[in-house]
Write a protein that binds this ligand. Structure first.
Ligand SMILES: [Zn+2]
Length: 395
Protein backbone atom coordinates (compact mmCIF):
# COMPACT_ATOMS: atom_id res chain seq x y z
CA UNK A 1 0.00 0.00 0.00
CA UNK A 2 1.29 3.48 -0.89
CA UNK A 3 2.32 5.33 2.28
CA UNK A 4 -0.02 8.24 1.70
CA UNK A 5 -2.90 6.42 0.03
CA UNK A 6 -6.41 7.22 1.33
CA UNK A 7 -9.83 6.21 0.06
CA UNK A 8 -10.98 9.39 -1.65
CA UNK A 9 -14.73 8.77 -1.68
CA UNK A 10 -14.94 7.86 2.01
CA UNK A 11 -12.62 10.76 2.90
CA UNK A 12 -14.98 13.13 1.12
CA UNK A 13 -18.09 11.53 2.64
CA UNK A 14 -16.56 11.97 6.07
CA UNK A 15 -16.15 15.70 5.42
CA UNK A 16 -19.70 16.06 4.13
CA UNK A 17 -21.21 14.19 7.08
CA UNK A 18 -19.35 16.33 9.62
CA UNK A 19 -20.02 19.61 7.84
CA UNK A 20 -23.79 19.08 7.71
CA UNK A 21 -23.96 19.09 11.53
CA UNK A 22 -24.66 22.47 13.14
CA UNK A 23 -22.00 23.29 15.72
CA UNK A 24 -21.30 26.92 16.48
CA UNK A 25 -18.88 27.77 19.30
CA UNK A 26 -20.15 26.28 22.57
CA UNK A 27 -22.55 23.96 20.72
CA UNK A 28 -20.14 21.31 19.46
CA UNK A 29 -21.66 18.27 21.22
CA UNK A 30 -23.43 16.86 18.11
CA UNK A 31 -20.24 17.20 16.07
CA UNK A 32 -18.24 15.52 18.83
CA UNK A 33 -20.83 12.71 19.05
CA UNK A 34 -20.53 12.05 15.31
CA UNK A 35 -16.72 12.02 15.57
CA UNK A 36 -16.97 9.53 18.45
CA UNK A 37 -19.34 7.32 16.37
CA UNK A 38 -16.93 7.34 13.46
CA UNK A 39 -13.94 6.59 15.70
CA UNK A 40 -15.72 3.63 17.28
CA UNK A 41 -16.83 2.37 13.85
CA UNK A 42 -13.18 2.55 12.79
CA UNK A 43 -12.22 0.34 15.72
CA UNK A 44 -11.08 2.81 18.39
CA UNK A 45 -11.98 1.47 21.85
CA UNK A 46 -14.25 3.81 23.85
CA UNK A 47 -11.68 3.75 26.69
CA UNK A 48 -9.32 5.65 24.35
CA UNK A 49 -11.81 8.50 23.88
CA UNK A 50 -12.24 11.13 26.59
CA UNK A 51 -13.80 14.56 27.06
CA UNK A 52 -11.66 16.95 29.09
CA UNK A 53 -14.45 19.08 30.61
CA UNK A 54 -13.12 22.32 29.03
CA UNK A 55 -16.69 23.44 28.26
CA UNK A 56 -17.12 24.08 32.00
CA UNK A 57 -14.02 26.30 32.15
CA UNK A 58 -14.48 28.47 29.07
CA UNK A 59 -15.69 32.09 29.27
CA UNK A 60 -19.07 31.00 27.90
CA UNK A 61 -20.23 27.60 29.08
CA UNK A 62 -20.17 25.04 26.30
CA UNK A 63 -22.30 21.90 25.81
CA UNK A 64 -19.19 19.69 25.65
CA UNK A 65 -15.45 19.71 26.26
CA UNK A 66 -12.48 19.02 24.03
CA UNK A 67 -12.29 15.46 22.75
CA UNK A 68 -8.98 13.69 23.45
CA UNK A 69 -8.27 10.42 21.64
CA UNK A 70 -5.20 8.31 22.37
CA UNK A 71 -3.75 5.74 19.98
CA UNK A 72 -1.20 3.76 21.99
CA UNK A 73 0.34 2.05 18.95
CA UNK A 74 3.52 0.12 19.66
CA UNK A 75 4.07 2.13 22.83
CA UNK A 76 7.46 3.43 21.73
CA UNK A 77 8.89 6.02 19.35
CA UNK A 78 8.00 9.71 19.05
CA UNK A 79 4.46 10.63 20.13
CA UNK A 80 2.52 12.67 17.55
CA UNK A 81 -0.39 15.04 18.19
CA UNK A 82 -2.95 15.93 15.53
CA UNK A 83 -5.43 18.70 16.32
CA UNK A 84 -8.38 20.52 14.72
CA UNK A 85 -11.31 22.55 16.04
CA UNK A 86 -14.93 21.37 15.92
CA UNK A 87 -16.79 24.71 16.06
CA UNK A 88 -17.70 26.93 13.12
CA UNK A 89 -18.63 30.61 12.94
CA UNK A 90 -22.43 31.17 13.21
CA UNK A 91 -22.87 31.86 9.46
CA UNK A 92 -22.19 28.15 8.79
CA UNK A 93 -25.04 26.81 10.92
CA UNK A 94 -27.52 25.09 8.57
CA UNK A 95 -24.90 24.33 5.91
CA UNK A 96 -25.94 21.78 3.28
CA UNK A 97 -22.68 20.62 1.73
CA UNK A 98 -22.80 19.57 -1.94
CA UNK A 99 -20.02 18.66 -4.36
CA UNK A 100 -19.74 21.18 -7.19
CA UNK A 101 -16.97 20.27 -9.64
CA UNK A 102 -13.64 20.39 -7.85
CA UNK A 103 -15.02 21.95 -4.69
CA UNK A 104 -17.69 21.55 -2.02
CA UNK A 105 -20.05 24.41 -1.19
CA UNK A 106 -23.27 24.87 0.77
CA UNK A 107 -26.46 24.45 -1.31
CA UNK A 108 -28.17 27.09 0.85
CA UNK A 109 -27.19 30.63 1.75
CA UNK A 110 -24.80 29.77 4.59
CA UNK A 111 -21.07 29.41 4.97
CA UNK A 112 -19.87 25.85 4.31
CA UNK A 113 -18.05 25.19 7.59
CA UNK A 114 -14.88 23.80 5.99
CA UNK A 115 -13.23 25.89 8.74
CA UNK A 116 -12.55 23.62 10.49
CA UNK A 117 -14.53 20.45 9.73
CA UNK A 118 -12.01 19.80 6.94
CA UNK A 119 -9.34 19.57 9.65
CA UNK A 120 -11.52 17.23 11.75
CA UNK A 121 -12.34 15.04 8.73
CA UNK A 122 -8.71 14.86 7.55
CA UNK A 123 -7.67 13.68 11.01
CA UNK A 124 -10.55 11.18 11.19
CA UNK A 125 -9.44 9.84 7.83
CA UNK A 126 -5.90 9.45 9.16
CA UNK A 127 -7.18 7.50 12.18
CA UNK A 128 -9.30 5.22 9.97
CA UNK A 129 -6.34 4.56 7.66
CA UNK A 130 -4.02 3.88 10.61
CA UNK A 131 -6.41 1.42 12.23
CA UNK A 132 -6.90 -0.39 8.92
CA UNK A 133 -3.15 -0.98 8.85
CA UNK A 134 -3.00 -2.01 12.54
CA UNK A 135 -2.51 0.53 15.35
CA UNK A 136 0.18 -1.58 17.04
CA UNK A 137 2.53 -1.12 14.07
CA UNK A 138 2.92 2.60 14.63
CA UNK A 139 4.44 4.95 17.22
CA UNK A 140 1.92 6.41 19.72
CA UNK A 141 -0.37 9.25 18.70
CA UNK A 142 -2.90 11.52 20.37
CA UNK A 143 -5.69 13.53 18.77
CA UNK A 144 -7.43 16.64 20.11
CA UNK A 145 -10.72 17.84 18.63
CA UNK A 146 -11.04 21.27 20.21
CA UNK A 147 -14.06 23.44 21.05
CA UNK A 148 -14.61 27.22 20.81
CA UNK A 149 -11.72 28.23 18.56
CA UNK A 150 -13.75 30.94 16.82
CA UNK A 151 -14.49 32.86 20.03
CA UNK A 152 -10.91 33.47 21.12
CA UNK A 153 -9.23 30.02 21.15
CA UNK A 154 -11.08 29.10 24.33
CA UNK A 155 -10.96 25.31 23.88
CA UNK A 156 -7.20 25.29 23.34
CA UNK A 157 -6.74 27.70 26.24
CA UNK A 158 -8.62 25.43 28.64
CA UNK A 159 -7.29 22.11 27.30
CA UNK A 160 -6.59 19.56 30.04
CA UNK A 161 -2.97 18.96 29.09
CA UNK A 162 -2.61 16.08 31.55
CA UNK A 163 -5.09 14.10 29.43
CA UNK A 164 -3.01 14.80 26.32
CA UNK A 165 0.31 13.77 27.87
CA UNK A 166 3.73 14.53 26.47
CA UNK A 167 4.07 15.13 22.76
CA UNK A 168 7.18 15.12 20.55
CA UNK A 169 5.69 16.71 17.45
CA UNK A 170 2.34 18.30 16.79
CA UNK A 171 0.23 19.35 13.82
CA UNK A 172 -2.85 21.57 13.82
CA UNK A 173 -5.03 21.18 10.72
CA UNK A 174 -6.76 24.48 9.98
CA UNK A 175 -6.45 26.70 6.91
CA UNK A 176 -6.33 26.81 3.13
CA UNK A 177 -3.51 25.58 0.95
CA UNK A 178 -1.59 22.56 2.25
CA UNK A 179 1.84 23.89 1.25
CA UNK A 180 1.62 26.65 3.83
CA UNK A 181 3.10 25.70 7.18
CA UNK A 182 2.30 28.24 9.86
CA UNK A 183 5.14 28.04 12.34
CA UNK A 184 4.42 31.05 14.52
CA UNK A 185 1.71 33.59 15.20
CA UNK A 186 1.15 37.01 16.61
CA UNK A 187 0.03 37.69 20.19
CA UNK A 188 -3.05 39.73 20.94
CA UNK A 189 -4.51 41.62 23.86
CA UNK A 190 -8.07 42.86 24.32
CA UNK A 191 -8.68 46.07 26.25
CA UNK A 192 -11.78 47.45 27.96
CA UNK A 193 -11.88 51.07 29.05
CA UNK A 194 -14.60 52.74 31.11
CA UNK A 195 -14.49 56.51 31.56
CA UNK A 196 -16.36 58.21 34.39
CA UNK A 197 -17.07 61.94 34.13
CA UNK A 198 -19.43 64.35 35.80
CA UNK A 199 -22.98 64.78 34.47
CA UNK A 200 -24.54 68.23 34.08
CA UNK A 201 -27.25 69.97 32.04
CA UNK A 202 -25.59 70.91 28.77
CA UNK A 203 -27.63 74.14 28.39
CA UNK A 204 -28.18 75.34 31.95
CA UNK A 205 -24.78 74.56 33.57
CA UNK A 206 -22.31 72.87 31.22
CA UNK A 207 -19.41 74.12 33.39
CA UNK A 208 -20.57 71.73 36.15
CA UNK A 209 -19.87 68.73 33.94
CA UNK A 210 -16.83 66.73 32.81
CA UNK A 211 -17.54 64.97 29.53
CA UNK A 212 -16.34 61.44 28.93
CA UNK A 213 -16.76 62.00 25.20
CA UNK A 214 -14.23 64.84 25.38
CA UNK A 215 -11.88 62.58 27.37
CA UNK A 216 -12.17 59.78 24.82
CA UNK A 217 -11.71 62.18 21.91
CA UNK A 218 -8.57 63.68 23.45
CA UNK A 219 -7.05 60.29 24.28
CA UNK A 220 -7.72 58.87 20.83
CA UNK A 221 -6.45 62.01 19.08
CA UNK A 222 -3.27 61.90 21.14
CA UNK A 223 -2.68 58.20 20.39
CA UNK A 224 -3.27 58.83 16.70
CA UNK A 225 -0.97 61.86 16.57
CA UNK A 226 1.82 59.98 18.32
CA UNK A 227 1.67 56.90 16.12
CA UNK A 228 0.15 54.49 18.66
CA UNK A 229 -2.96 53.66 16.61
CA UNK A 230 -3.27 51.48 13.51
CA UNK A 231 0.13 50.31 12.28
CA UNK A 232 2.54 51.03 15.10
CA UNK A 233 6.28 51.24 14.53
CA UNK A 234 8.68 52.35 17.26
CA UNK A 235 12.47 51.93 17.04
CA UNK A 236 12.22 49.17 14.44
CA UNK A 237 9.61 47.24 16.40
CA UNK A 238 6.12 46.63 15.05
CA UNK A 239 2.59 46.09 16.19
CA UNK A 240 -0.97 47.16 15.53
CA UNK A 241 -3.71 48.67 17.64
CA UNK A 242 -7.28 49.78 17.24
CA UNK A 243 -10.03 51.45 19.24
CA UNK A 244 -12.94 49.54 17.75
CA UNK A 245 -15.90 50.33 20.00
CA UNK A 246 -17.05 53.56 21.63
CA UNK A 247 -20.41 53.69 23.39
CA UNK A 248 -21.42 56.83 25.23
CA UNK A 249 -24.36 59.10 25.90
CA UNK A 250 -28.01 59.12 24.97
CA UNK A 251 -29.04 62.78 24.93
CA UNK A 252 -27.63 66.02 23.50
CA UNK A 253 -28.59 68.03 26.59
CA UNK A 254 -26.46 66.03 29.03
CA UNK A 255 -22.71 66.32 29.57
CA UNK A 256 -21.96 62.62 29.10
CA UNK A 257 -20.92 61.01 32.40
CA UNK A 258 -20.00 57.52 31.14
CA UNK A 259 -18.23 56.01 28.13
CA UNK A 260 -17.27 52.42 27.37
CA UNK A 261 -14.56 51.65 24.86
CA UNK A 262 -13.01 48.46 23.55
CA UNK A 263 -9.59 48.31 21.93
CA UNK A 264 -6.93 45.80 20.99
CA UNK A 265 -3.16 45.57 20.53
CA UNK A 266 -1.15 42.96 18.63
CA UNK A 267 2.52 42.27 18.07
CA UNK A 268 4.87 39.36 17.42
CA UNK A 269 6.99 40.94 20.16
CA UNK A 270 5.29 40.61 23.58
CA UNK A 271 7.21 43.59 25.01
CA UNK A 272 6.09 45.78 22.14
CA UNK A 273 2.49 44.69 22.63
CA UNK A 274 2.74 45.57 26.35
CA UNK A 275 4.17 48.96 25.40
CA UNK A 276 1.26 49.67 23.07
CA UNK A 277 -1.19 48.75 25.83
CA UNK A 278 0.53 51.05 28.31
CA UNK A 279 0.56 53.91 25.78
CA UNK A 280 -3.20 53.47 25.40
CA UNK A 281 -3.66 53.36 29.14
CA UNK A 282 -1.57 56.51 29.75
CA UNK A 283 -3.40 58.45 27.04
CA UNK A 284 -6.78 57.72 28.62
CA UNK A 285 -5.53 58.42 32.15
CA UNK A 286 -4.04 61.72 31.05
CA UNK A 287 -7.15 62.76 29.16
CA UNK A 288 -9.42 61.87 32.07
CA UNK A 289 -7.30 63.82 34.55
CA UNK A 290 -7.25 66.89 32.30
CA UNK A 291 -10.98 67.16 31.67
CA UNK A 292 -12.45 68.83 34.76
CA UNK A 293 -15.56 70.68 35.81
CA UNK A 294 -15.56 74.17 37.35
CA UNK A 295 -14.81 72.74 40.80
CA UNK A 296 -11.74 70.91 39.54
CA UNK A 297 -13.36 67.45 39.60
CA UNK A 298 -11.72 65.36 36.88
CA UNK A 299 -12.70 62.14 35.19
CA UNK A 300 -11.50 58.66 36.14
CA UNK A 301 -10.62 55.56 34.18
CA UNK A 302 -11.24 51.85 34.70
CA UNK A 303 -8.79 49.97 32.50
CA UNK A 304 -8.74 46.25 31.93
CA UNK A 305 -6.49 44.30 29.58
CA UNK A 306 -6.62 40.58 28.88
CA UNK A 307 -4.11 38.55 26.85
CA UNK A 308 -6.12 36.65 24.23
CA UNK A 309 -3.15 34.67 22.99
CA UNK A 310 0.60 34.91 23.43
CA UNK A 311 2.82 35.10 20.36
CA UNK A 312 5.12 32.20 19.47
CA UNK A 313 7.63 31.26 16.81
CA UNK A 314 9.06 27.75 16.44
CA UNK A 315 12.77 27.37 15.65
CA UNK A 316 13.17 26.42 11.97
CA UNK A 317 14.81 23.08 12.83
CA UNK A 318 11.98 22.00 15.16
CA UNK A 319 10.95 18.33 14.57
CA UNK A 320 7.33 19.42 13.97
CA UNK A 321 8.47 21.65 11.08
CA UNK A 322 10.80 19.03 9.64
CA UNK A 323 8.10 16.36 9.74
CA UNK A 324 5.43 18.66 8.30
CA UNK A 325 7.74 19.67 5.44
CA UNK A 326 8.52 16.04 4.70
CA UNK A 327 4.79 15.19 4.72
CA UNK A 328 3.95 17.99 2.26
CA UNK A 329 6.72 16.79 -0.06
CA UNK A 330 5.31 13.25 0.17
CA UNK A 331 2.19 14.47 -1.65
CA UNK A 332 4.31 16.17 -4.30
CA UNK A 333 4.11 19.75 -3.11
CA UNK A 334 6.72 22.26 -1.98
CA UNK A 335 6.17 23.57 1.56
CA UNK A 336 6.75 27.17 2.65
CA UNK A 337 6.69 28.65 6.13
CA UNK A 338 4.71 31.61 7.35
CA UNK A 339 4.12 33.52 10.58
CA UNK A 340 0.45 34.38 11.06
CA UNK A 341 -0.96 37.79 11.97
CA UNK A 342 -3.98 36.16 13.60
CA UNK A 343 -4.26 33.90 16.64
CA UNK A 344 -4.39 30.10 16.26
CA UNK A 345 -5.11 27.17 18.56
CA UNK A 346 -1.36 26.60 18.18
CA UNK A 347 -0.73 29.79 20.23
CA UNK A 348 -2.32 28.16 23.28
CA UNK A 349 -0.88 24.72 22.55
CA UNK A 350 2.53 26.40 22.62
CA UNK A 351 1.84 27.87 26.07
CA UNK A 352 0.87 24.34 27.17
CA UNK A 353 4.29 23.08 26.03
CA UNK A 354 3.13 21.66 22.66
CA UNK A 355 4.95 23.06 19.61
CA UNK A 356 2.49 22.65 16.75
CA UNK A 357 2.80 23.50 13.07
CA UNK A 358 -0.49 24.53 11.47
CA UNK A 359 -1.21 22.91 8.09
CA UNK A 360 -3.92 23.92 5.60
CA UNK A 361 -6.73 21.56 4.64
CA UNK A 362 -8.52 23.09 1.66
CA UNK A 363 -10.57 25.93 3.17
CA UNK A 364 -11.41 28.90 0.90
CA UNK A 365 -13.19 32.21 1.71
CA UNK A 366 -13.73 31.27 5.34
CA UNK A 367 -16.24 33.13 7.53
CA UNK A 368 -18.35 34.10 4.47
CA UNK A 369 -21.35 32.68 2.60
CA UNK A 370 -18.95 32.04 -0.32
CA UNK A 371 -16.89 29.55 1.66
CA UNK A 372 -15.85 26.42 -0.25
CA UNK A 373 -13.65 23.37 0.20
CA UNK A 374 -10.98 22.73 -2.42
CA UNK A 375 -11.25 18.95 -2.81
CA UNK A 376 -7.70 18.40 -4.09
CA UNK A 377 -6.24 20.30 -1.13
CA UNK A 378 -8.48 18.50 1.32
CA UNK A 379 -7.52 15.06 0.01
CA UNK A 380 -3.85 15.99 0.22
CA UNK A 381 -4.43 17.09 3.83
CA UNK A 382 -5.97 13.63 4.47
CA UNK A 383 -2.85 12.01 2.98
CA UNK A 384 -0.53 14.26 5.00
CA UNK A 385 -2.39 13.56 8.26
CA UNK A 386 -2.32 9.83 7.49
CA UNK A 387 1.40 9.84 6.80
CA UNK A 388 2.12 11.84 9.98
CA UNK A 389 0.60 9.11 12.17
CA UNK A 390 1.65 6.08 10.13
CA UNK A 391 5.26 6.94 9.41
CA UNK A 392 7.86 4.98 11.39
CA UNK A 393 5.95 1.68 11.36
CA UNK A 394 7.64 -1.39 12.85
CA UNK A 395 7.18 -3.84 10.08
ZN1 LIG B 1 -12.29 30.32 11.54
Amino acid sequence: MNKTEVETQSSLNRFIALTAIPGSSGNESDVAAEIVNQLIAAGVDSSQIEYDGAGERTRRKGNCGNLVVTLPGSGSGPRTLLSAHMDTVPICVGSQPVIDGDCVRSAVDTGLGADDRSGCAAILTAVVERLKRGDEKFPPAVITFLIQEEVGLEGARHLDVAKVGSVDRAFNFDGGTVEKLTTGAIGGERIKIRLHGVPAHAGVAPEKGASTIVMAARAIAELDANGWLGKVEKDGRFGTSNVGVLQAGDATNVITPLADLAAEARSHDPEMRTEIVSAIRSAFERAASEVKNDEGVAGTVEFESHVDYESFCLPSDHPSIEKASEAVRMVGREPFQEISNGGLDANWLFLHGISAVTIGCGQRNIHTADETLDIADYLDACRIATWLITDGANQ
